[in-house]
Ligand binder design. Structure first.
Ligand code: PBG
Length: 321
């Protein structure tokens, strides 16, 4: 038979396929999240295999050394405070484990980028991402507290503050607060497109941050809206974001592509706890090959246009490296 083109010729061997792989996933593209608790010697995965690690600052130090050696892109730190407050007061005390963790990380691997989550859900008894009056999540008062939190992280030396709260106007306000505090070198990674998603379940268990009433739909985005996602994105660019993030990743690959084409800023995607857990559970049930599914998912996210992926798999990839 005569066929003018045979695409299979270029798929014949692993080395030919390797030669022409258009998309790469390297450890430098991956950022590992951690949930920082107080104390010493704490290294606890909230559920076996899910990659949600609660660590004390001294253990984070060991993890960071390993990640830096493996060439990781960075660590994303979430605080699990010793006490909760609903008035936005005593932030310094609430963030004490993070202050220590940032110090440990910077002293063992000064060049490994640290990303710090800026949000109130883990710090309040109601578990909402902003301050609450009655049953309303109030915007502007919340932004004030978020600015203060970002300022503290900047002071303690993080490279990126990462507002994930989805209040209006917070990127511009945080930029202004950072600049006024002399932190002109601290970058803002904005959670620009963050959906109200069912895929955050396992995270909330690790961060103790599930809302005690209602849900997050009055501030996180509806999955239905592509145009609105673009508005969120462009607004954060205008307000001064240095980099943008889309999450969850797997259910928003089209929006990652949109974001890639709409701006020239570095783009992050967050492979969230539920995405990772889903693949792990299916793997454990013998339904899919977890390792292959994981790699395929990371490749897809990079192919969609993400520069960097925040993933619970980063640690394992670095250990292999
Ligand atoms: C905090 C925050 C959440 C996640 C990242 N930052 C949870 C939420 O919005 O409830 C989810 C990440 C994950 O599921 O891995 N607002």
């Amino acid at each position: 038979m005569k066929f003018p083109v045979r695409l299979r010729r270029l798929r014949r061997t692993p080395s030919i396929r390797g030669l022409f792989a258009e998309t790469t996933v390297a450890t430098r593209h991956l950022v590992q999240p951690y949930f920082v608790v107080s104390g010493k010697g704490v290294r606890q995965e909230t559920r076996p295999g899910l990659g949600l690690w609660q660590v004390s600052p001294d253990v984070l130090r060991e993890e960071v050394a390993m990640l830096a050696k493996g060439g990781a892109g960075g660590v994303m730190l979430f605080g699990v405070p010793d006490f909760k407050r609903d008035d936005g007061q005593q932030l310094v005390g609430q963030l004490a484990p993070l202050e220590a963790a940032i110090g440990e990380s910077k002293s063992v691997a000064p060049e490994l980028p640290i990303f710090a989550d800026v949000c109130l859900c883990a710090y309040t008894t109601h578990g909402h991402c902003g301050l609450v009056k009655g049953h309303e999540i109030v915007n502007d008062e919340s932004v004030r507290v978020l600015c203060e939190m970002a300022g503290l992280f900047a002071k303690w030396g993080v490279d990126f503050v990462c507002p994930s709260d989805m209040m209006d106007g917070r990127i511009g306000a945080i930029r202004q607060a950072l600049d006024e505090g002399g932190h002109t070198n601290t970058s803002i990674l904005s959670y620009a497109i963050k959906m109200a998603s069912a895929f955050y379940g396992p995270f909330r268990e690790a961060a103790h941050s599930a809302p005690s009433f209602g849900d997050r739909r009055s501030y996180q985005m509806p999955a239905h809206n592509r145009r609105e996602a673009r508005r969120e994105l462009l607004l954060d660019v205008e307000e001064g974001a240095d980099a943008l993030l889309v999450k969850p990743a797997m259910t928003n690959l089209d929006l990652i592509r949109d974001a890639r084409e709409a701006t020239d800023l570095p783009l992050f995607a967050y492979q969230v706890s539920g995405e990772y857990a889903m693949m792990r559970a299916a793997g454990d049930a013998g339904l899919i090959d977890f390792e292959r599914a994981l790699e395929e998912s990371l490749v897809s996210i990079r192919r969609a246009g993400a520069d960097v992926i925040v993933s619970y798999a980063a640690r394992e990839w670095c250990k292999r490296a």
